[in-house]
Design a protein around this ligand. Structure first.
Ligand code: BGC
Length: 811
């Protein structure tokens, strides 16, 4: 069953019932100010850091669900309703929610009044705009009372939800005729505050939650709205809110627009007022003036649309496959931007208070984002590298506001260092910006320990070389990509494996997955050494890589697939010798992507085993058989019931590895089959089972061992976005950035007769037309560039500003 549909012309997903299986959300903002908004106007806003600069409150895991948000109430006589249905849940005569690129429009109609709530974050500004368009669709004059309501968070979202003995006494506000200032913390001479305003004269206001909602009331039935006016309350401590009431009269057919804004202001130190109790409002006034009339708001919307148009124009596909085109051209790249911005910090499943930016996660997110805004990818690489330790290991996470490594989570994930090579090499292939390798970057965020970025990559590479186990395979440390495979926990923390807090590395537990990574990204590192004329270093690197490759092919091989690991006792994990967890997806994908076992036939065998043992109608599960009981020597993976998350769930993130791997063997049909099974647009029809948004990827889908097989969780913030984009754009459609230019190597379903891709690359635009009337899955017969035959399949670099016509014939 569907709960909406794609509107490709408007580049929107249109939700047609507020009662979706779960809140279906959108992200507003792509720079510093962000808001999450659901299809019923739930959500919250923050500035740069969802934990430290939270503007509005949101109660996760609450019942009823998704009540806190960006709410507008319309009181029409005795009836109170919201254009987005929540929180009053008054039945609407008509409802729709359009999630678009950086904006959301909620439309409700009730008794002849149409209300459209349009939310977006203007480009270049730190605010959310909520424009309400009210239309009297009836034939009689109407008198309405409109209330807009937000509940302020006292900035640090963790403190806000825990430290009540203090927080009930810190809240402060100031009020102007059309603006409410939330200035808690300003007294401590911190320099930031929030402003909630309207561009329309305000009839009444409230700033104290108790006054607006009623002590025992709530957003579903606020006392002030019921009464038809606010009481002018001033919050002293307790819970400061922004509630603005505007009385509206509408003649038949008349339309009126009202703007509400929520802004974040940070005054530079030198402009701070001497009186700590009074805020400097100059910047807030300037912000409000930027959106004082409707034409200014229209202009801001138009600028946002242009911005997205230009971002997405870097990779555009016409394939005749409607679902493929809409994912590649729009939703998929959009999600890549969101994951790049958020890492794993703020979604409806990530509270914004826990994980910040992940080292591993952000490096991977960058793989799907680097073509969109290479300059931001550059900045991110330098930020991430600065959290690395001198031995090449890294803080696993860092806080976006401070950019400092998170000490609580610490280090010890032995795959982390290699992801830095993956991200930097991808950036270099995209941009050719070799000077980045000379950038001085601190270790451990300590400027005194700065070294060129290339030295960081060197330490990353060496980290694996110096952390090999008894089989010559890389030591796993606390975990590798699979956070929950904690093979050293038994010896270190008996009985509490999933609460490891410090680095833990046994001398024995090894990872075949990291071996695959080391071969793949180690080769990319050696190629960088070649280009930097570091011939000896490149040769030495290749010797180390060859040795690990051999270890993967021997100790890492189980007979019909790659083993997953060796545990702290030297026993294989992911082997037919095991009773459960005999085969895992990760090493099959990563080792084959690395080219391991291609010549020996082991790669093909491993992928056949995946298809036989791990495939399901909804995607490839992580391993089989699922663990039925908790196992101390494996850790958190076995703490999940069978079929969920890392315990044999369909972890969407590594499905594209299998698809990529299939393309490396020329299997276009199978690669596309794997791609399609988790691709949101292709599974829109099963939304009732899938439950999460049908326009973005989720982290995981319950596997076949789970009672809720096919049910997705953790939408939006997942490495799935980047990896599936890499898969479809580079491995399947075959437009691959290399250090020398774009390589063309499609591996597609034989039924796809052709397609064109417009690709922006190093300042030039390539129009690439692929002809597959030969109906093959792989193989390029000829390429012409501007009419001239090309030897090989790497397009020569074109001058920036030029357009190149490329004709590719498969066969
Ligand atoms: C984490 C990833 C990890 C994956 C598998 C995700 O929740 O963000 O870093 O690789 O789980 O454990």
């Amino acid at each position: 069953m569907r709960f909406g549909h794609f509107d490709d012309a408007r580049r929107e997903y249109v939700i047609t019932t507020p009662q979706t299986p779960l809140p279906w959300i959108n992200y507003l903002g792509s720079e510093d100010f962000f808001s999450l908004v659901s299809n019923t106007a739930g959500g919250y806003s923050f500035y740069r850091d969802a934990r430290l600069r939270r503007l509005t409150r949101y109660r996760y895991n609450s019942s009823p669900l998704d009540m806190d948000g960006h709410h507008i109430y319309i009181k029409d006589g005795g009836t109170v309703w919201n254009p987005g249905w929540q929180p009053t849940k008054t039945p609407l005569d008509r409802y729709s929610c359009r999630h678009g690129l950086g904006y959301t429009i909620l439309e409700g109609e009730k008794d002849g009044i149409c209300a459209a709530q349009e939310l977006f974050v203007p480009k270049g500004d730190a605010c959310e705009l909520d424009r309400l368009t009210l239309t009297n669709c009836s034939d009689r004059p109407r008198e309405l009372d409109v209330f807009s309501y937000v509940e302020f968070c006292l900035w640090d979202a963790v403190d806000d939800s825990t430290n009540f003995q203090r927080n009930f006494s810190t809240g402060e506000v100031e009020v102007e005729p059309c603006a409410i200032y939330h200035k808690t913390e300003y007294r401590e001479r911190r320099d930031h505050y929030a402003v909630f305003w309207s561009n329309t004269p305000v009839t009444s206001f409230d700033t104290a939650r108790d006054a607006f909602c009623g002590v025992y009331g709530g957003p579903a039935d606020p006392q002030a709205v019921r009464a038809g006016h606010c009481s002018g309350s001033i919050a002293h401590g307790w819970a400061p809110v922004g509630a603005l009431h505007i009385h509206v009269t509408l003649a038949p057919g008349e339309e009126k627009k009202i703007l509400f804004g929520l802004g974040y202001i940070e005054n530079p130190q030198e402009e701070k007022f001497t009186d700590p109790g009074v805020i400097n409002k100059t910047r807030a006034h300037a912000m409000m003036a930027r959106y004082a009339d409707d034409a200014q708001v229209d202009a801001a919307r138009a600028a946002l649309a242009d911005h997205w148009e230009s971002l997405l124009s870097g990779y555009q596909l016409q394939s005749g496959e409607e679902k493929l085109d809409r994912m590649v051209n729009l939703w998929h790249q959009y999600q890549c931007m969101v994951t790049f911005n958020m890492s794993r910090s703020a979604s409806y499943y990530e509270s914004g208070t826990g994980r910040g930016m992940g080292f591993r996660d952000s490096c991977q997110d960058l793989l799907g984002f680097v073509h969109i805004v290479p300059a931001r990818a550059r900045e991110r690489i330098l930020d991430i590298a600065a959290t690395q330790f001198e031995d090449g290991s890294a803080y696993h996470q860092y806080q976006p506001l401070t950019k400092k490594g998170n000490r609580d989570v610490g280090t010890g994930f032995n795959d982390d260092p290699l992801w830095l090579i993956a991200a930097t090499a991808a950036y270099l292939r995209e941009t050719g910006d070799w000077p980045i390798l000379e950038e001085q970057v601190p270790f451990e965020n300590d400027e005194r320990k700065a070294q060129p970025l290339m030295e960081h990559l060197r330490r990353s590479f060496r980290f694996t070389c110096t952390h090999l186990g008894p089989h010559g395979l890389p030591l796993i440390g606390r975990a590798d990509w699979n956070d929950c495979l904690n093979l050293n926990c038994f010896s270190e923390h008996p009985g509490e494996s999933f609460q490891i807090t410090g680095p833990s590395e046994g001398p024995v537990a090894e990872s075949v997955f990291i071996a695959g990574m080391f071969v793949k990204y180690g080769r990319e590192y050696a190629e960088l050494c070649d280009r930097l004329q570091l011939a000896d270093e490149a040769a030495a690197a290749r010797r180390s890589i060859d040795a690990v490759e051999q270890a993967a092919l021997t100790a890492g091989w189980d007979g019909a697939w790659f083993r997953r690991a060796y545990d702290a006792f030297g026993n294989p994990v992911g082997s037919r010798e095991c009773t459960e967890g005999q085969i895992f997806i990760e090493p099959q994908g990563m080792c084959v992507m690395a080219g391991i076992g291609r010549e020996t036939g082991q790669a093909a065998q491993a992928l056949r085993s995946v298809e036989e043992r791990l495939d399901t109608p909804y995607g490839v599960v992580l391993h089989q058989p699922a663990y039925t009981s908790y196992q101390l020597n494996l850790g958190e993976i076995s703490s999940y019931p069978p079929g969920y998350k890392e315990n044999a769930g369909i972890f969407c993130h590594n499905n594209p590895w299998i698809s990529c791997a299939e393309t490396m063997l020329g299997h276009g049909d199978r690669a596309f089959e794997v791609y399609r099974k988790t691709c949101p647009a292709y599974i829109e029809d099963i939304s009732e089972i899938h439950r999460t948004e049908p326009y973005v990827y989720s982290q995981m889908v319950a596997g076949r061992d789970a009672p809720t097989f096919g049910e997705a969780k953790n939408s939006w913030l997942t490495g799935t976005a980047a990896w599936t984009f890499v898969n479809v754009s580079q491995y399947i459609l075959g437009i691959q950035p290399t250090l020398d230019g774009l390589r063309i190597d499609p591996c597609i379903p034989h039924t796809l007769t052709g397609y064109t891709v417009t690709r922006r690359y190093r300042g030039a635009v390539y129009h690439i037309a692929v002809d597959n009337t030969a109906a093959v899955q792989h193989g390029v017969q000829s390429i012409t560039v501007d009419g001239k035959a090309l030897a090989g399949n790497v397009l020569p670099l074109a001058a920036a500003g030029t357009t190149v016509q490329v004709q590719v014939t498969m066969g």
